[in-house]
Structures are given as structure tokens and as C-alpha cells.
Design a protein around this ligand. Structure first.
Ligand code: NDP
Length: 248
């Protein structure tokens, strides 16, 4: 019998081809889970990740689905269930950012952030629930910007992440009686394509981070893996920061 903590578990990670999502796919697979993940445009990265996990002896399935589209999101959940033979762990990771003052914040960007950062989480969970039983895990990836917004221009993004935090609390209450835990992992600045450690916001961010450096994707994935695993059975409704002390 395998001693891997997630052996026999089946996971879906949204937005898993790059960044924190890819780090999470790698970690969950390394811990023994079979993992499906979605992406919209980066087919080459998605294929590469599947090949990498497979070469390491794991199972990964890439599913192209635009998180802004509820129909594609529902189809992606159905495909993950079909490919993996069921579902035990859902990681709502996908999100996008657009940073601009409220006065001329583009309407289409507002709609896109709400559809992807909030809508995808809602539709994924709603369609996954029919397949999630006792002991299942829902893990949302929020942001420390739900709690702290140290620079202007982040209000719409922060609003969507506030929604992730409050949706997590509400669902923990609703799904607790079914033995399903729901938690929110709030990263601080993590080195990804969306927020490179040498990018536009990095110098200011590093001054705010107690550890003085960006996080790595595997440092977020480690907490996701713990929450997905057997030892986190009494953790639910929690908003947990992985932020190098950004909010200290
Ligand atoms: P990246 O932009 O690096 O990666 C995003 C992933 O989502 C990619 O795999 C991308 O693939 C996929 N994706 C983007 N749009 C869509 C879409 N419409 N449909 C399906 N998939 C999509 O993001 P990060 O890894 O930086 O962020 C991941 C999560 O962590 C987000 O929730 C973010 O808000 C949160 N976070 C990140 C922080 C950071 O500093 N990096 C800090 C705090 C929170 P593709 O291009 O193929 O669509």
C-alpha cells in the first residue's frame, strides 16, 4: 500500500498550467493524487506539465476550458470526473488581475475579473458538489489583498478576493454537515508570470514582506497539500495566509 498522503484521491485544479496552479498540480501529484487541471491558452505549458507528472510516475490530465464561461467550467468538471473516476479535492486557483484607478476602470475588465475570480469558483463548486462525498476538500486560492490593500489601483481585484474569503466562510457552514471542508489560502507576492519577482510591483512588495523576498509556488502548494490531506480534517472556514509576513 502506498504511504503517499493523497494516494487514491482525485483532484481538480483550475488554472493549473502555470504559476501557483502548476505548483499545486505538481505537489498534489507527488503526494499521490490523480490530478486534472484546466487552462485556457497555454496548451504547450499544459502538455509539458502532464508529461512531467507522468514521467515522475503520477497522473495528470489537462483540460482546456475558459474560466470566464460557466458552460465550459461545468463541462471541465464533468470531464475531470470522467477521466479520474470521481472527485475528492477541488482547488479553485484561477484568477486574473487588472489594476487601474476606479475613475476609468474598463467595464470589460470589471466583468472579466468578476466572471473568472468569483464566477469560476461558484460554477466549479456548484457542479463539483454532486460528486464530492464525506471527507472531500474544497480549497480556494484568494489573496492577502482581501485583507490589506497597500497601494491604489487594486480595489476591484481586492473586492474579488474578499468575495473568495466570505464565500469560503459561508460554504464551510453549508457543507460542514456533509463532511466537506472549505478553506481559503491567501498568498502574498509569489513569483509567477502574473507577478514576477523582478516585476513592476516587486520593489515595494519586498519592503512590505517581513522575509524580504517573494514566495515560490511550491510554498503555497505545500499548504494546499496539507489542507487536502487527512491531517486537516478539522480545519474549515479558515482564511490562511502564506505571505512571508506581508500582513504581519
Ligand atoms: P498566473 O497568471 O501565473 O497563472 C494563471 C493560471 O490560470 C495559468 O495556468 C493560466 O493558464 C490560467 N488561466 C488564466 N485565465 C484563465 C481562463 N480564463 N480560463 C482558464 N484558465 C485560465 O497566476 P498566479 O499563479 O500568479 O495566480 C494563481 C492564483 O494565486 C490566483 O488566484 C491569484 O489571484 C492568486 N494570487 C497570486 C499571487 C501572486 O503574487 N502570484 C498573490 C496572491 C494571490 P492560461 O494562460 O492557459 O489560461
Amino acid at each position: 500500500m502506498s504511504t503517499a498522503t493523497l494516494a487514491g484521491r482525485r483532484a481538480l485544479v483550475t488554472g493549473g498550467s502555470r504559476g501557483i496552479g502548476a505548483g499545486t498540480v505538481r505537489r498534489l501529484a507527488a503526494d499521490g493524487a490523480a490530478v486534472a487541471f484546466t487552462y485556457s491558452a497555454s496548451a504547450a505549458e499544459a502538455d509539458k506539465l502532464v508529461a512531467e507528472v507522468t514521467a515522475d510516475g503520477g497522473k495528470a490530465v489537462a483540460i482546456q476550458a475558459d474560466a470566464a464561461d460557466p458552460g465550459q467550467t461545468e463541462a471541465a468538471v464533468a470531464r475531470a470526473v470522467a477521466e479520474l473516476g470521481g472527485l475528492d479535492i477541488v482547488v479553485n486557483n484561477v484568477a486574473v488581475g487588472h489594476f487601474a484607478p476606479i475613475d476609468d476602470y474598463p467595464a470589460e475588465e470589471f466583468d472579466r475579473l468578476v466572471a473568472i475570480n468569483i464566477g469560476s469558483m461558484f460554477w466549479t463548486i456548484r457542479s463539483a458538489l454532486a460528486h464530492l462525498g464525506q471527507g472531500a476538500r474544497i480549497i480556494n486560492i484568494g489573496s492577502i489583498n482581501a485583507d490589506r490593500v497597500p497601494v491604489p489601483g487594486f480595489s476591484v481585484y481586492a473586492m474579488t478576493k474578499g468575495a473568495v474569503a466570505s464565500f469560503t466562510r459561508g460554504l464551510a457552514r453549508e457543507l460542514g454537515p456533509r463532511g466537506i471542508t472549505v478553506n481559503n489560502v491567501q498568498p502574498g507576492p509569489v513569483d509567477t508570470d502574473a507577478n514576477p519577482a523582478d516585476g513592476e510591483f516587486s520593489e515595494l512588495a519586498k519592503q512590505i514582506i517581513a522575509l524580504g523576498r517573494y514566495g515560490q509556488t511550491n510554498e503555497v502548494a505545500a499548504l494546499v497539500s496539507f489542507l487536502a490531506g487527512p491531517e486537516a480534517g478539522f480545519v474549515t472556514g479558515a482564511n490562511l495566509n502564506v505571505d512571508g509576513g506581508y500582513t504581519a
